[in-house]
Design a binder for this molecule. Sequence first.
Ligand code: PLP
Length: 380
Amino acid sequence: MRRIQIALPSMGDDEWHAVREPLTSGWLTQGPKVAAFEKAFAARHQVGHALAATSCTTALHLALAALGIGPGDEVIVPSFTWVATANAVLYCGATPVLCDIDRRTYNIDIASALFKVTPRTRAVIPVHLFGLCADVDALRAALPASVRIVEDAACAAGASLNGRPAGGLGDLGCFSFHPRKSITTGEGGMLTTNDKALAELADILRNHGASISEEQRHQGPQPYLLADFDELGFNYRMTDVQASIGLVQLGKLDAFIDERDRWARFYRETLADIAWLRHPVAPNNGRHAWQAYVTYVDPEMTPLPRNEIMARLHGMGVATRPGTHAIHMLGYYRQHFGYAADDFAGARDCERNTMAIPLHNRMTADDYRYVADCLHRIAA
Ligand SMILES: *Cc1c(COP(=O)(O)O)cnc(C)c1O
């Protein structure tokens, strides 16, 4: 039987050859390859600064730490997102304040976010969920000027809004290179900003708070130099091995997205006759990065519960997943913040009724037709 995975990284000989150099040169951790990857990533996303990190989660932590967010501060986070978005706020000792989402875009509901603003609010983290940019421009216009915007662009490498790429829409942006995203380094992340002072501070914080980097010490003519540590930092350095892979993957990003965009259109057109299956928004004011193709199974119209549809597709060899979880439903958040299921109705609804169907760069035309056929068989 055909087996179609929900996501699968696309790696080839180019990536294989690229890791040769760091493996043989002896420079394994953050060094020249990370610098080259950062430069290329910043150029592609039209930002002044890009800093590689070990993951999007640690990039988010760095972003909030660079903003000086700590105990007593509040950061607004949409409830329908990966748990890491809210966890990063807790790592700083600050309070994540959840808000609801727009059920059509799956992204932050701006009115709901504004309702949560207090004098303690330091930042909002709009999430570009599944590769669709949240309306950061509208959010910026509506928020008090003192509230910073940190984009969770984990899914949004290559996405854009109103002609500007993700990562430069807010004050800082955070990307992921987990294998589930469209380009990957195994694990990895990137922090972007146009603010030089924030970039310099984040650079120090990711390297233990050291005032000079290992690379500077290694290359400089003063071997007696020791770094000073004025900040409590972390070790969030990406390796040069990962960055070598990242550089090759970044070169393929636009081709990956173009291909995904074509098949997203195929799904939208081919499955348009299934009335209970709502398709993700295809923006006309930007570019969707299609990290995932997340449909919504309308509970009022569907002949079968979503879980039953997912189980049937599984039986036919087609992997599906719920879009993501609602943070206010997760044990840790329920216990510590006393959330109830219906606190964020949009997030809860989307947790229950969304269904990601396979979309990645290792699927063939036959694979896509097969997924569509299976859905039609279920709908018949
Ligand atoms: C994947 C993801 C993350 C976490 O990324 P990592 O690189 O795995 O830390 C955070 N937020 C969102 C929205 C994600 O999809």
